[in-house]
Design a binder for this molecule. Structure first.
Ligand SMILES: CC(C)(COP(=O)(O)OP(=O)(O)OC[C@H]1O[C@@H](n2cnc3c(N)ncnc32)[C@H](O)[C@@H]1OP(=O)(O)O)[C@@H](O)C(=O)NCCC(=O)NCCS
Length: 182
């Protein structure tokens, strides 16, 4: 079977497949970094579909043989992470001249890890971010995601804990990159 995959913008009708992919990706690929209790508590408030990214046309899916095996995107809006559950109104727009764009919500199917899908989505995001006039990017990485972003030249700005339900905490990393000198 071919390993070829293709990338395209996500559509509303991809949401049911994304709602299956995201928990699968989290429960397997984050297991070396977070406890089961942390992962279950973060599924929903932190890790979930953000319809705003899909309707903005800034969210990508990667397909293999018609199945979605990865997703991720960027944002021209203020939120740094989270999905529909944590937002009650439309998220405010950023100013490309002054604000950093966001990288958001990357999830790869465990069977497809380390085959370049994350890299391919991140490259597409960076191209779109530059085309939209942004010169800086910020993201909040999981400990599972940190090596991908490091490999693209993102540097650690801050390590902190996101509070979760039931008093749990999720250690994350705020990472930044500037395109100004590129
Ligand atoms: C983070 C994630 C999206 C990476 O996706 P991926 O498709 O496996 O990443 P790629 O194959 O494109 O990796 C590109 C490069 O990133 C680095 N990298 C990615 N995963 C790594 C890992 N587990 N360990 C070390 N380096 C890693 C490597 O430099 C890699 O290049 P190489 O394979 O040639 O050495 C994936 O692990 C994932 O979905 N994790 C669970 C969900 C999650 O935490 N998402 C991050 C939200 S911020």
């Amino acid at each position: 079977m071919s390993d070829a995959f293709s990338i395209r913008l996500a559509r509303e009708d991809d949401i049911p497949a994304l709602e299956v992919l995201i928990p699968l990706s989290v429960r397997v690929l984050q297991a070396p970094f977070y406890s089961p209790a942390q992962m279950e508590a973060a599924l929903g408030p932190v890790f979930s579909v953000d319809r705003q990214l899909i309707s903005d046309g800034t969210y990508f899916v990667v397909e293999h043989s018609g199945h979605i095996v990865g997703c991720g995107g960027w944002s021209r809006r203020r939120a740094e992470f989270g999905g529909d559950q944590t937002r009650c109104a439309e998220d405010a727009a950023l100013d490309p001249a002054h604000d950093p764009a966001r990288i958001r919500a990357f999830f790869v199917h465990p069977d497809w890890a380390r085959r370049g899908i994350g890299r391919s989505i991140l490259s597409a995001c960076e191209s779109a971010i530059c085309a939209a006039g942004f010169r800086d990017v910020v993201l909040v990485a999981t400990l599972a995601g940190e090596p991908l972003y490091s490999s693209f030249g993102y540097s650690v700005a801050e390590r902190y804990d996101v509070p979760l339900p039931d008093g749990l905490m999720l250690p994350v990393v705020r990472m930044v990159k500037s395109f100004k000198s590129e």
